[in-house]
Write a protein that binds this ligand. Structure first.
Ligand SMILES: [Zn+2]
Length: 329
């Protein structure tokens, strides 16, 4: 379902946009630019919902009018979305928005609004407009017509043609403040202690952090830490650890292990505050006891070396075997 409300960290931008709207000063073309996974779409959709609502109250859509109901059902006829197309046969999504798609948008904008209100175009990601597509949009960006809003969403504003950027007003959206993002994310996780780590891994983007938490590789991280402990304490052999780890993508395997070794070293040096894998503290502590700081550093260096060898096409399995053997000591 399309959004009705922006995320809380977009409060200031929302205020600014709704202010402009209430003074009837909303520009007709806006670039919403901000990192991926921070909720730009929600902000754009909330603005559209507000404009489509026949009876908004305190800058909130009423939720019950015809415009709101159509918006809720994702079937509002006066909203036109432009995104790279997915081929039905191959399932592959194009890397670009093509000129034909812009032409159909221009067709949409040449007709009056079916509900008699706003017409809204959303282009996302706007940086995928190819040169022809972007050029055919220029004139319309200048004069899209009455009660028309064109929203361009991008996490790479510099990839937009300067001619596009100069015709739009840009709303820069950064990542939320860390404390706010951590508490938002923590309230949505099965393991709230992972919020800080997920946020760091996602460069501060809360929605990206939430998506990462759902990924299988992230869930396998804890198993990997336990395996490391089993080998380090002699409860498991190098060979069985190696076999059990084969399923993890090699890049993730070395990335997670590198992080564990860094944390083990911090734990041994009594610098707990800087530890990243805070949800795994008991395991990290036992690992620090079993390995000690110096061996953790040696293993960390081995992770770096192996990541390098991996890109040089050395067989991933061999590198893993060697790592487990060294952990076993
Ligand atoms: Zn409404």
């Amino acid at each position: 379902m399309a959004h009705f409300q922006p995320y809380p960290w977009h409060d200031a931008a929302w205020q600014r946009l709704t202010d402009l709207q209430s003074r009837q000063r909303l520009p007709h073309a806006l670039v919403l630019s901000g990192p991926a996974g921070t909720g730009k779409t929600a902000l754009a959709e909330s603005l559209a919902a507000l404009l489509f609502c026949a009876a908004p109250k305190d800058n909130k859509p009423c939720g019950g009018c015809k415009g709101c109901l159509l918006w809720k059902a994702d079937t509002h006829p006066d909203c036109h979305r432009l995104t790279p197309l997915t081929d039905e046969k191959t399932g592959k999504t194009s890397k670009v928005i093509k000129v034909d798609q812009v032409r159909s948008l221009l067709g949409f904008l040449s007709k009056s609004a079916q509900l008699g209100g706003w017409r809204i175009a959303m282009i996302e990601p706007a940086d995928t407009l190819n040169v022809n597509a972007a050029n055919s949009l220029l004139k319309t960006l200048e004069e899209p017509g009455e009660r028309t809003l064109i929203l361009l969403l991008t996490d790479q504003p510099l990839a937009l043609l300067p001619t596009i950027r100069s015709r739009c007003q840009t709303v820069p959206l950064g990542v939320p403040e860390r404390a706010q993002a951590v508490s938002w994310l923590a309230s949505r996780l099965e393991t709230p202690e992972q919020a800080g780590l997920l946020l760091s891994l996602s460069q501060g983007a809360p929605l990206a952090g939430l998506a990462l938490a759902k990924q299988e590789v992230f869930r396998q991280r804890e198993d990997l830490a336990k395996r490391l402990l089993a080998v380090a304490t002699g409860r498991s052999g190098a060979l069985s650890a190696s076999t059990a780890s084969q399923k993890l993508p090699a890049q993730d395997f070395w990335f997670w292990l590198y992080g564990f070794c860094a944390d083990i070293h911090l734990m041994s040096s009594q610098v707990q505050g800087a530890i990243k894998n805070t949800d795994l503290l008991p395991i990290i502590r036992q690992l620090a006891d079993a390995l000690g700081g110096r061996r953790a550093l040696e293993l960390q260096a081995l992770c770096v070396e192996n990541q390098r060898l991996l890109t040089a096409n050395i067989q991933a399995g061999l590198l893993q075997d060697r790592f487990w053997e060294q952990t076993r000591g």
